[in-house]
Design a binder for this molecule. Structure first.
Ligand code: GDP
Ligand code: MG
Length: 151
């Protein structure tokens, strides 16, 4: 009965993901993307870009009042990143589960942050925290024509 219920309440969602400069520098882009694919998420858009501090600042504006904001923005512009859109059943929460906790010291074994992250700043990946923020973050980096329909 539980299985039946889950099958019919799962909804196809899109979420926004960044492979951060530390993970790109470690050459684990493919390994990280593979984890999303193995969990049933489809990459429907992906590009490698270098953020300016201004763009990073705009993207992380929600954290403007936090003490780590300036460090975060300079870190995110310190090297290339991969921005991507993931699609699948419950994609927002699924991505957060695969990522692990913000601080890699607290991240569960087998999560991306447990396996690849260095520190709370250099923590390998970003992932949207809700469907509403996912929509905003996707629109921040991608135009509609860059999102590919996947069967
Ligand atoms: P996330 O959603 O798990 O990425 O975490 P948050 O949205 O709370 O924070 C955004 C990013 O800011 C995190 O991924 C970290 O890289 C960084 N960050 C969050 N909290 C701290 C902190 O207490 N100290 C520092 N230095 N960085 C932080
Ligand atoms: Mg967040």
């Amino acid at each position: 009965a539980v299985f039946f219920h889950q099958e019919f309440t799962m909804t196809i969602e899109r979420t926004f993901s960044i492979i951060k400069p530390d993970a790109v520098a470690k050459n684990v882009v493919g390994e990280i993307q593979s984890r999303f694919e193995k969990a049933g998420l489809r990459i429907i858009a992906s590009k490698m870009i270098r953020l300016t501090p201004e763009i990073a600042g705009k993207f992380y504006e929600v954290h403007k009042a936090r003490p780590f904001y300036n460090d975060l923005c300079s870190y995110m512009s310190s090297g290339p990143v991969v921005v991507q859109v993931l699609e699948g059943d419950g994609a927002v929460l699924k991505n957060r589960d695969i990522m692990g906790a913000t601080n890699p010291k607290d991240a569960a074994p087998g999560t991306i942050r447990a396996d690849f992250a260095e520190s709370i700043d250099a923590n390998a990946v970003h992932g949207s925290d809700a469907p509403e923020t996912a929509a905003q973050e996707i629109a921040f980096f991608f135009s509609g024509t860059e999102l590919c329909d996947r069967p």
